[in-house]
Design a protein around this ligand. Structure first.
Ligand code: B12
Ligand code: SF4
Length: 448
């Protein structure tokens, strides 16, 4: 017997949030799988920038960019007690709660609700959504999964208000839960060893599709000490590149979408295995796409041929994870890249046609024990190479190798309160790295 399943992408509560090609990919993957198993899938996207029921007065339509990024709706809300000392506005990003409530009222006949979660410090938006779901649909079981639920499992069990909390990949546990709760035997089980056996994400449920996320893999072969990739996926698994192009072509034909964002942790690793055959296939089929990589790419395997291929195939937004120019820290944190690889990579990218402002280089700042000078030197080094430095403020993540050091370095109780993982607090910054110094660095980046 098919069940009626409601998927929810909750709000973001934060000091700032920008839709940098953000979509709830994991949740929509689950939607695709459950639909394949014969269930009816419904979706409420609290972050929907195009919601038709938005009141016209007082809520300006958010500005959107044709490539699929842009602003969210936002409302200023009271700060949680633990963030009272920060003098910035705190906001709910997404549709107003009244609209969410209305949407829920129209879905009284749901059998189960699945709600996702992103950043650990965005949990208040998840809790607010669960509270309203429980008011409007008191008898419907609520299942919470996603990144916050995985990284802060005990916190989520204790405080979220969800009936079930699931950590890690959701595919198998969700099917198991439907069996336990409703006696539903899965009619389709994906092959654990093959990502290509997963049905496509239920992207058709998104209103006004302006861009779609694609992933060619799960996990990463590296294990950097600040990164949680290995917690979500213990192995690096890849799809067949031709099957990825089948998916791109399918969505392009079905929706007309041109812009795709890659969500991989390690898209460019061993390019002959994935990105090179993938892009040759895109060219062979004459697909006209624009690709965006908001997530940091690897620099190590960048060469002349790959750069030309990226440029010719429509890679518009490229960002690389460099993190620091300090050799000792590069080594200590996992050795994914060294300075020479950045300078060579940028040279090849420029020769292929990219301009300085096209080549964004992420630099971590506010790592435990990291001096302001190190960040400043890294900015200078990126500039000397001819690329654009972008500061990525460090967010401490439970379960990572750097966690113990982060706990010691932070004046905040990051173990107890995930709100303190918020990267805009620079929660683990070094003593010499004051907010004033940080503001200076940001100003310096803006002025050039
Ligand atoms: C793509 C990505 C982004 C995209 C946005 C995508 C998005 N929708 O979240 C962009 C580039 C914008 C981004 C930005 C940032 N990100 Co990011 N991002 C990722 C990344 C690489 C992949 C996420 C993803 O979609 N994976 C693919 C899908 C298929 O997996 P999934 O979502 O996990 O879903 C599975 C399970 O979680 C589960 N599941 C999901 N929902 C549900 C629901 C239910 C009910 C159930 C049962 C299961 C379930 O099942 C799914 C299928 O198996 C992750 C790392 C990772 N490997 O997960 C980091 C990650 C989430 N990001 C991280 C960070 C730090 C950031 C930044 C702060 C970086 C910075 N310093 O600037 C910014 C902050 C963004 C902001 N303030 O606006 C951290 C999280 C930190 C934290 N404290 O929570 C991560 C974990 C990376 C890391 N450093 O280790 N990010
Ligand atoms: S290379 Fe990137 S994705 Fe892989 S572990 Fe390091 S930071 Fe995480």
């Amino acid at each position: 017997m098919s069940k009626k399943i409601l998927l929810i992408n909750p709000w973001i509560h934060d000091f700032a949030a920008y839709d940098f090609w953000i979509k709830p990919l994991g949740l929509l993957y689950l939607g695709g799988l459950l639909r394949q198993n014969g269930h009816e899938i419904n979706f409420i996207d609290c972050l929907d920038p195009y919601h038709p029921a938005m009141p016209k007065d007082g809520h300006k339509r958010p500005q959107r960019h044709s490539s699929g990024r842009g602003k969210f709706f936002r409302q200023i809300i009271p700060k949680p007690d633990s963030l009272k000392m920060i003098s910035k506005n705190y906001c709910r990003y997404g549709i107003p709660p009244e609209i969410f409530r209305e949407e829920l009222k129209n879905r009284q006949d749901m059998d189960i609700v699945l709600i996702t979660s992103m950043m650990t410090y965005w949990y208040p938006g998840v809790f607010e959504a669960i509270k309203i779901i429980k008011e409007v649909l008191p008898l419907v079981p609520v299942v919470l999964g996603g990144k916050y639920a995985t990284l802060c499992y005990d916190h989520a069990v204790k405080y979220s208000g969800a009936d079930f909390v699931i950590a890690g990949s959701g595919e198998k546990p969700v099917l198991q839960l439907l069996k336990d709760l409703f006696g539903e035997e899965p009619s389709f089980l994906p092959d654990n060893e093959s990502l290509d056996s997963l049905p496509y994400p239920a992207f058709d449920l998104i209103r006004n599709i302006d861009q779609l996320p694609i992933t060619t893999s799960r996990g990463c072969p590296y294990q950097c000490s600040y990164c949680a990739s290995h917690i979500f996926n213990d192995k690096f698994r890849r799809r067949n590149p031709i099957k990825v192009v089948d998916e791109i072509e399918y969505w392009q034909n079905k929706t007309g979408v041109k812009n795709f964002s890659f969500y991989d942790d390690a898209l460019l690793v061993n390019p002959r295995e994935m990105i090179i055959p993938l892009l040759y296939e895109v060219q062979k089929r004459n697909l006209s796409c624009q690709f965006h990589c908001p997530n940091g790419l690897h620099l190590r395997d960048i060469d002349k041929q790959l750069c030309k291929l990226l440029y010719d195939s429509g890679f518009k937004t490229i960002r690389f994870g460099f993190e620091t120019a300090d050799f000792q820290r590069q080594k200590q944190t996992g050795g994914k890249v060294i300075n020479e690889e950045l300078s060579n990579g940028v040279r090849h990218l420029k020769n292929a046609g990219y301009k300085t402002e096209d080549i964004g280089i992420y630099l971590l700042c506010g790592l435990p024990g990291q001096s302001a000078k190190e960040v400043n030197d890294s900015i200078e080094f990126v500039r000397e190479c001819g690329a654009k430095p972008l500061l990525a403020e460090y967010s401490p993540i439970p379960g990572t190798k750097m966690w113990a050091e982060a706990v010691t370095a932070s004046p905040f109780d990051i173990q107890k309160e995930p709100l303190y993982h918020n990267n805009s607090l620079l929660p683990c910054r070094n003593n010499d790295f004051s907010y004033a110094v940080y503001e200076e660095l940001k100003k310096k980046l803006k002025n050039n």
